[in-house]
Design a protein around this ligand. Structure first.
Ligand SMILES: [Zn+2]
Length: 360
């Protein structure tokens, strides 16, 4: 199940956050702020939250090939265990096998509680990767194959649609019985240049969790390994209605290892920056490295985050699970798609992950 190495709940410190504390030496130094209390320290319910632009529901796919392979962040170096992962790659493009109309389930009904919902996690997209950094990278070709495959075999929905479904109490929301969700972490330029056109072409919604302090940073400038997209590019994607930009903290830190003041800074600064630049509500977060603590979870809720991806920034066994509505949206898990998964059929990975999910 989920990683539960959490800080003892009994020491939940409800600290009055009277100014952000200097960050520890292992994290980047916060940018200086203007006079007066920083806007991101405002309590969640007082934070201006413009109406979010919701990705449009996607129509049912047309048949196409399924593909295989690759994925995520240069900074995540753990070698995944793919021992039990499927390794066969189709020798030729898989035949088009349109699936039957999957049907829909209504929120609040018993059958809606256990629909299995895979959330894919991608990072950088490039042909330039090798065995040492492939954990964070997938080739454009393979990404295109993956998207085409999931469009054929599943019904892509946005993460927000899923969150709204889970939180729906009046039965007004529905969920396809074969949903799949696409997400990205970090905010790489390749998401804008490579993934975005493919997602538009296939009408697949996606959520991109960005590190707000590195927006617009270029590779070679010393701060990032790969270039990140700019706020203008983020706005263009957000305004398309297909892409939703959310938080991956301000400095890509391990929230589970930081003091509460720094945790609050990371959560609220990133939320504030996204809302300021994009004119939308930022209320979902993906924890870098899957690192969190009970204190960080509580601070996240207090800051106004209504949905959290707690694991999935790594590529370990625990990252090959799917979600069910009954589990809620404060501890969502994702399937990390890695570049080291070359010759792997994404559909087989999803199927295996779905099969692995046991429902009590
Ligand atoms: Zn990350």
């Amino acid at each position: 199940m989920k990683k539960l190495a959490l800080i003892t709940a009994s020491v939940l410190i409800i600290t009055v956050f009277a100014g952000f504390a200097p960050k520890n030496s292992s994290t980047p130094t916060p940018k200086p702020v203007d006079q007066g209390p920083p806007a991101w320290l405002i309590e969640a319910d007082a934070t201006p939250t413009p109406t979010p632009i919701r990705p449009t529901p996607t129509p049912r796919p047309t048949a196409r090939p399924a593909g295989a392979a690759a994925e995520p962040t240069a900074d995540e170096s753990a070698a995944p265990d793919f021992e039990n992962m499927p390794s066969e790659q189709p020798s030729s493009a898989p035949e088009a096998t349109p699936t039957a109309d999957p049907g829909f389930v209504k929120a609040g009904t018993p059958e809606a509680e256990t629909v299995k919902v895979p959330i894919l996690l991608y990072h950088h997209i490039s042909d330039d990767f090798n065995l040492t950094n492939a954990i964070s990278i997938i080739s454009p070709r393979d990404f295109n194959l993956h998207m085409t495959a999931i469009k054929t075999q599943y019904t892509p929905i946005s993460l927000r649609e899923y969150v709204e479904f889970v939180n729906c109490t009046d039965g007004s929301k529905t969920l396809p019985t074969d949903p799949i969700i696409v997400t990205f972490d970090d905010g790489y330029l390749s998401n804008y240049e490579v993934a975005y056109p493919i997602l538009k072409k296939l009408e697949i919604p996606a959520t991109i969790f960005i590190v707000t302090d590195t927006v617009g940073e270029k590779s070679g400038d010393g701060k990032v390994n790969y270039s990140h997209f700019t706020w203008e590019q983020a706005k263009e994607m957000q305004d398309s209605g297909l892409i939703d930009i959310e938080s991956h903290t301000n400095d890509h830190v391990k929230l589970g290892q930081l003091d509460i003041d720094t945790v609050n800074y990371e959560l609220r600064k990133s939320k504030y920056q996204i809302e300021k630049h994009l004119g939308k509500t930022c209320d979902m977060i993906a924890y870098p490295y899957g690192s969190y603590s009970e204190a960080a979870i509580q601070a996240s809720k207090k800051a106004g985050f209504i949905a959290q991806c707690l694991v999935g920034d790594d590529a370990t066994d625990i990252d090959y699970e799917v979600n069910i509505p009954r589990d809620g949206v404060m501890n969502m898990t994702r399937i990390t798609v890695s570049g080291t998964m070359g010759n792997v059929n994404i559909i087989e990975i999803v199927r295996k992950s779905i099969a692995n999910k046991k429902i009590d």
